[in-house]
Design a protein around this ligand. Structure first.
Ligand SMILES: C[S@@+](CC[C@H](N)C(=O)[O-])C[C@H]1O[C@@H](n2cnc3c(N)ncnc32)[C@H](O)[C@@H]1O
Length: 468
């Protein structure tokens, strides 16, 4: 027998969870998790669907009254595309919730009741702030309820846009995305027209067939553009046909590349990127430093805000000319190179060999002679004995992935006893977890949240830790 769905009336949406869901409170004071459709301040009738770990999960049945923090979303795809779920919340309110999330993590996880979290650094550009978008092709596009109800034949309906979360084989056809400069939309639309004109196939993930898989469009704040076409078939004639037509329409794109991916999965790290026309990289500039970005290189996706993030990290690092700096999880050495002129020497560690190649190349092109880069897992490379070879660190900057630092890395940092640690994180929960361990020898001096991604639940946070 199907389980009965229950409606709980007059639930007040009070907060936003770390995965972007809304948190609600019933009239009886019970906390419930609402999967989209409302913003804090709304009062709703809540359709309770399931229980997990003692919490009720469900969705909006009806909105009874609207929050004063609501705004009209700019994007026509809002509500279906999973990309910018907070667009219907004012930017001021978004910042308030991000600020609170960092405060709560420090209080509850790092167990620091007293710590004052500084005002979040807002992002001036709330649209067109991304320098990279990856669109997917699918022979099965996501259909709206209206389309399904229309009974039209959609058996051969191609889609070019973004995957919908929870529907790995379906792609939402994007008409306009506001996250990158509009040239990105124009290039994507042109590819779709070329595909249509030449009857080239879109990828079918279930059957593992089809020519077009992805198109990755990157740009930089100095106006350079890169297009990388990812195809599922090694059909050089068709690759040339598509790229030649695109180059004709967009002669100002600086770098044209393609990748042939015939694997079942869509990861590209183990596949060669082939430069078809123009440069094999583009240049981005943050502060004084020019960065070379290759098709597969990692680079912060919001360049202007990355510069503000690095400036804040520089302020917190407060390097002296004779300081030794370690930059853990250095990626393409972006932070290390940004700070190199402030100190005697910087040592960067990163596990992706191609990123380290880029870091070394970037050091050379910027004539930076005091930066060394090492490939490997920080857990393996950073040992206490490391300081005998590279010198004892005066400042450690660490910028790990969402999972935070491995406990062994935290232990090594405790033994290294650098006078200062600047911990940059894209996940306040794991940052607070690691800080709790570091508190054995460190005190938190400053915490500064930074908003890198408006309209999303992502939060960046920088902590300055001082050896006690
Ligand atoms: C958040 S990014 C930071 C990149 C860089 N600091 C920047 O601002 O561009 C994290 C980096 O850590 C690297 N990484 C992840 N796990 C690692 C590990 N165990 N050891 C070394 N590097 C790792 C990733 O490849 C990625 O480049």
């Amino acid at each position: 027998m199907a389980r009965k769905k229950r409606v709980i009336p007059d639930v007040l949406a009070i907060d936003i969870g770390d995965k972007g869901q809304t948190i609600g409170r019933t009239k009886e004071g019970e906390i419930v998790i609402i999967n989209g459709g409302c913003v804090p301040g709304d009062t709703i009738d809540f359709l309770y669907l399931r229980k997990k770990k003692g919490l009720k999960f469900g969705q909006v049945k009806e909105i009874k009254s609207f929050s004063t923090d609501r705004v009209n979303p700019q994007c026509q795809h809002f509500g279906i595309c999973g990309g910018c779920k907070w667009q219907n919340l004012s930017y001021k309110a978004q910042l308030k919730f991000k600020q609170t999330a960092v405060e709560q993590a420090i209080k509850r996880i790092a167990k620091d009741e007293e710590q004052k979290v500084e005002t979040i650094v807002a992002c001036k550009e709330t649209y067109e702030y991304r320098n990279k978008l990856e669109y997917s092709f699918s022979s099965k596009r996501w259909l709206t309820l209206e389309e399904i109800k229309s009974n039209a034949d959609f058996s051969k309906s191609n889609g070019l846009g973004f995957h919908i979360s929870g529907a790995f084989d379906k792609v939402l056809q994007i008409e306009k995305c506001h996250l990158q400069n509009d040239l990105s939309n124009q290039i994507r639309k042109e590819v779709a027209q070329i595909a249509e004109k030449h009857q080239l196939t879109y990828y079918n993930i279930r059957e593992h067939k089809g020519f077009f898989r992805n198109i990755i469009i990157r740009n930089s704040t100095i106006g350079e553009w890169m297009v990388t076409l990812v195809v599922g078939e090694e059909n050089i004639d068709d690759i040339q046909l598509v790229l030649n037509e695109l180059i004709g329409v967009f002669p100002n794109v600086n770098s044209w590349n393609y990748i042939i991916n015939q694997k079942m999965n869509s990861s590209l790290f183990d596949l060669p990127s082939i430069n078809y026309s123009g440069k094999d990289h583009i240049i981005e500039r943050l502060g004084e430093i020019k960065y070379r970005i290759s098709p597969k290189s990692f680079f912060q996706t919001n360049s202007r805000q990355a510069e503000r993030l690095y400036n804040k990290a520089r302020e917190l690092a407060n390097l002296k000319k004779d300081d030794i700096l370690y930059d853990l999880y250095t990626g393409t050495g972006s932070i290390a190179l940004y700070m190199a002129q402030d100190c005697l020497k910087v040592v960067g560690i990163e596990e992706v060999p191609e990123a380290i190649q880029d870091a070394k190349q970037n050091a050379k092109e910027n004539e930076i002679g005091n930066a060394e880069f090492l490939v490997g897992d920080v857990k393996e490379v950073l040992k206490v004995s490391f300081k005998e070879k590279y010198g004892s660190p005066d400042v450690v900057i660490t910028d790990p992935p969402r999972a935070g630092m491995h406990a062994d890395v935290v232990e090594t940092l405790l033994q290294l006893e650098s006078p200062k640690i600047v911990y940059i994180s894209c996940n306040p929960s794991t940052q607070a977890r690691d800080i709790l361990l570091l508190k054995e020898k460190y005190r938190i001096e400053r915490i500064v949240p930074v908003d890198m991604f408006p309209h999303t639940s992502h939060i960046e946070s920088i902590a300055q830790l001082i050896l006690k």
